[in-house]
Design a protein around this ligand. Structure first.
Ligand code: BT5
Length: 329
């Protein structure tokens, strides 16, 4: 582990430590400790320095912990996990696993990071990923023979996120087709799926989930749409490792079920959490915009759009769905 990461682990309880004791522990000089502490400010952390007492983090920090996360998994999910890499700082957990997949990493390989410097959203958008407050998780899944409804995988991933949130006590988390997780119209989590190989045969997908747990207020100006985090919804600090473990558990178990049975077993649960049900929406496609009433999803995960009494299914692809307030219908 890098020395400054070790230092952060030492100080993560929020207690005071003298520069001397920290230096001794790490085998570096006091001035080196001070230099390392200075770099924490760049991560958005507040450090109190008090003469005679030393340094402490303004608030305790729960860093990601492999053993704690694995301890939350059930025997069913633990047997599906083939590895868990935890990074302090990475460009993108999805990029990392896509690369690892090319080097024959097995299915069920997962990766988490404390921060991402180039977190990816869909279609070239970015995911704001500040240090040590949120969950940035990717999971590699390999298919020998992908289900016909591979396009609906994002819906299943969204449902796994909502299941983990519900277990944590978050109420009212809903899904917006195909895979946004929202509370009262504010984005709580996002899902990015990146695939390589033959979608009708041997292929692999890297599933990326960004979930806001405790976002620093400084992130507000970087996100150009309404957003929310779990801590503000619950009104208390959340155990990030526990939530990450629950998320990983549900992802692994749901992915296995999806591989074997497709989307159909998830249809009812997804439907119950559909934030757009019976709302006027516009469906943005590459070749134009369709307006209509959103009528949920079918057994393949296709969005059902009602227009003039006629219901048409739309499969995921380069399509996005928005609430529609216009007059046309
Ligand atoms: C997504 O894209 O919602 C998919 C985000 C996936 C992020 C994870 S983190 C782990 C893994 N590794 C990666 O590199 N990525 C995945 P999209 O639907 O395109 O939404 C992106 C939009 O969401 C941005 O344009 C902003 O408007 C908004 N946004 C960005 N960061 C946000 C955040 N932290 N919370 C809420 N909204 C955010």
């Amino acid at each position: 582990m890098h020395r400054s990461h070790q230092l952060l682990h030492l100080m993560s309880d929020g207690h005071f430590y003298s520069g001397e004791s920290l230096g001794e522990h790490l085998g570096v000089s006091r001035s080196m400790v001070w230099k390392m502490i200075k770099t924490f400010e760049g991560l958005g952390l507040d450090v109190h320095a008090v003469a005679g007492k030393g340094y402490r983090l303004a608030a305790p920090l729960e860093l990601l912990d492999e053993e704690k996360i694995k301890g939350i998994l059930g025997s069913d999910s633990a047997s599906l996990l083939s590895g868990l890499d935890i990074h302090f700082d990475i460009d993108s957990t999805n990029r990392y696993l896509m690369h690892k997949a090319m080097q024959d990493a097995p299915s069920g390989c997962a990766c988490l990071a404390e921060m991402q410097s180039a977190g990816r959203g869909r279609r070239g958008r970015s995911w704001v990923s500040p240090f040590a407050g949120n969950i940035y998780l990717s999971l590699l899944w390999r298919f020998n023979s992908a289900p016909a409804s591979l396009g609906s995988m994002g819906l299943v991933v969204g449902l796994a996120v909502v299941s983990a949130l519900e277990e944590t006590g978050v109420q009212g988390a809903g899904l917006k087709w195909p895979n946004d997780v929202l509370v009262d119209g504010k984005k709580l989590a996002g899902v990015l799926l990146e695939m390589a190989g033959d979608p009708a045969g041997l292929c692999h997908v890297v599933i990326g989930v960004g979930l806001n747990v405790q976002m620093p207020t400084s992130a507000d100006c970087q996100i150009d749409q309404p957003w929310v985090d779990v801590s503000s919804l619950l009104g208390e600090t959340v155990e990030r490792n526990k939530l990450a473990g629950r998320l990983l558990h549900h992802l692994l178990v749901y992915m296995q079920a999806f591989e074997l049975e497709g989307f159909a077993p998830f249809q009812a649960a997804w439907q119950q959490r559909d934030t757009m049900y019976q709302k006027r929406v516009s469906l943005h496609r590459v070749d134009g915009v369709e307006h209509g009433i959103s009528c949920g999803v079918d057994a393949r995960g296709a969005l059902l759009l009602e227009q003039n009494g006629l219901v048409t299914p739309y499969l995921t692809g380069d399509v996005s769905l928005r609430l529609y307030d216009g007059a046309e219908l």
